[in-house]
Design a protein around this ligand. Structure first.
Ligand code: F6P
Length: 547
């Protein structure tokens, strides 16, 4: 399919966008809003209970039409269909990309290599639900007969960021009698701090790793095994009661000593960063229970259906993806800020960093040609209002253009006095200030001395999206995550890259494997790196010897 698509910069719509950009780049949002009093109502879209206001973007109707034309010429419709059909669109790994199957209703059929995968998905969800119910109700007992009160998820990347983010986001719905911890870093501090106040007899450890070979996870898992065994009198039989595995690699999990009955599988067609709704979400299900987990899957599915079916001009992920392309490729914006006005979403930007940057941080097209345009931007962010008192200054008055996504909810989870009105007032105020700023005339009429005027001027014309939903629930979280997944897909399709591999992370892993014995050997190693790396290794060894 890729062969039929013209290179990005040769597509008609691309060329038209280049010419169009020259015409509209100087347009100010003040003018665009003044000329069209209904713009703020018109440039909005709603789907699956998620409302998107994209009116405060530096676009005209023509921009939108051209971006939509670009999506068409990029084969977005065909590529969406190919993904949902289970075609192997992750070409460098020869894999289907089917996170959408993880939330497909039971009666759906999605065929990979001649087999409908949906019944397998539901079998795993049922196994997870049964296990979660037993742990949550206390039927599942630890080795000494005590019930499980603590759950520690051991994983990294997609096997950590999704579970942590979802746990934090859905804490309100979680069983507060249970403690949840997440260990990812190979830095021993992470494990030490996670378990320091936990009783091994009451602790369940979930080893979450798609491959079951990741250095960090396996190192932490072995440390955890030793800690658990020590606390339980060294009886190897205890492992089966205190360890479960989530992996596509049952053989390795079995070698670790985990009972095959306590393994929760998934498949190579689920990318790590797209796996929080697979068995990798076991800690999420243990925290919020199977019903709420299913509600989250339903939220994902509603957004999937919207993405698959809605016309592009009303398609939320498509609109957001195309706007990112507009700023990234025409305005030269290098980043996107994600600003959730919801404290429970504090890990959402970190989660999105892997989703977006591991997916679209690519330098060649599907056929291996070097791109001659920028691809994935840097995603970053923090919850509001905290960020307002930190980095927003740069967004308002700095020299860089930073398109920003504001995310908020109509209803609070903790209706305390005026808090929610004040929170939402800040969301609306920030997008207003970014778009319209404050002119020198306005500053002067406030009696500002002339020399101070330039410092107090806010140029405005800073673009933002506002994303609103009724309330943060498991279902809403599913919709939000799917919204960004498909937004990433849209971008990757326009850029004609493989959004589903991650070869760039391999070299560092290989080099670390070479360096490990050079740090651990008794005899001084024969070092063959560059002079900087050799010197760093020698200096580390010197300190180690002195210990
Ligand atoms: O190093 C990157 C990566 O491969 C991610 O894509 C993945 O989410 C993470 O490592 C963890 O991998 P695994 O689940 O196999 O341990």
């Amino acid at each position: 399919m890729a062969a039929r698509i013209a290179p990005l910069t040769k597509r008609k719509a691309w060329k038209a966008l280049q010419a169009h950009y020259k015409k509209v780049r100087g347009l100010h949002l003040r003018k665009l809003f003044a000329e069209d009093p209904k713009r703020g109502e018109r440039m909005t879209a709603k789907a699956a209970g998620i409302f998107l206001d994209y009116s405060k973007n530096r676009i005209t109707d023509d921009t939108l039409a051209l971006l939509l034309q670009l999506a068409k010429e990029s084969g977005l419709r065909e590529r969406i269909d190919a993904m949902f059909r289970g075609e192997k669109i992750n070409i460098t790994e020869n894999r289907a990309v089917l996170h959408v199957a993880l939330r497909a209703p039971r009666e759906t059929s999605i065929v990979v290599d001649g087999e409908n995968v949906v019944p397998h998905v539901h079998a795993v969800i049922e196994k997870m639900a049964d296990f979660s119910n037993r742990v949550r109700s206390g039927v599942w007992k630890g080795h000494t007969g005590k019930r499980i009160r603590n759950v520690v998820n051991i994983g990294i990347g997609g096997s950590d960021l999704g579970p942590v983010m979802a746990y934090e986001a859905l804490k309100h719905y979680s069983d507060r009698a249970m403690t949840f911890r997440f260990v990812s870093n190979i830095d021993g501090t992470d494990f030490a701090e996670a378990i320091r106040d936990l009783d091994p007899a009451e602790t369940l450890l979930i080893v979450s790793s798609k491959t079951f070979t990741t250095l960090e996870t396996m190192t932490n898992a072995h440390t955890a095994r030793a800690w658990s065994l020590k606390g339980l009198g060294g009886d190897e039989n205890s492992v089966a009661k205190h360890f479960v595995a989530v992996s596509t690699n049952a053989a390795e999990a079995s070698k670790f000593g985990i009972d095959t009955a306590n393994m929760f599988g998934f498949w190579d067609w689920v990318g790590g960063r797209y796996s929080m709704d697979s068995a990798i979400g076991l800690s999420t299900m243990l925290a919020i229970g199977p019903d709420q987990f299913r509600a989250m899957l339903d939220g994902f599915h509603q957004m999937d259906e919207h993405f698959r079916e809605a016309p592009f001009e009303r398609n939320l992920p498509v609109l957001m993806g195309l706007l990112t392309v507009w700023y990234n490729n025409f305005f030269g914006a290098q980043t996107v800020a994600v600003l959730p006005y919801e404290q429970y979403l504090k890990r959402f930007p970190a989660y999105l960093q892997q989703l977006t940057m591991e997916s679209n941080g690519k330098h060649v097209t599907l056929d291996g040609t070097e791109v001659d345009y920028p691809t994935g931007p840097i995603y970053w962010g923090e919850p509001g209002t905290n960020g307002q008192h930190s980095f927003y200054q740069l967004i308002h008055q700095g020299t860089r253009l930073i398109p920003s996504d504001f995310i908020a909810f109509y209803k609070p989870l903790h209706p305390l006095g005026r808090h929610h009105d004040l929170l939402l007032a800040n969301v609306f105020a920030q997008t207003e200030a970014l778009a319209f700023g404050k002119t020198a005339e306005q500053v002067k009429t406030e009696g500002t001395p002339d020399w101070l005027v330039p410092h107090r001027v806010l140029e405005g014309n800073r673009p933002s999206n506002t994303i609103l939903a009724e309330r943060l629930t498991p279902e809403t979280l599913g919709k939000l995550v799917a919204l960004y997944e498909h937004c990433v897909f849209t971008q990757g399709t326009v850029w004609n890259i493989d959004s589903f591999d991650q070869w760039g992370v391999e070299l560092g892993k290989t080099l670390a494997q070479r360096i490990i014995p050079e740090l651990e050997s008794k005899a001084a190693p024969n070092l063959g790196h560059d002079s900087s790396t050799n010197n760093l290794i020698r200096s580390y060894r010197k300190f180690k010897e002195a210990l």
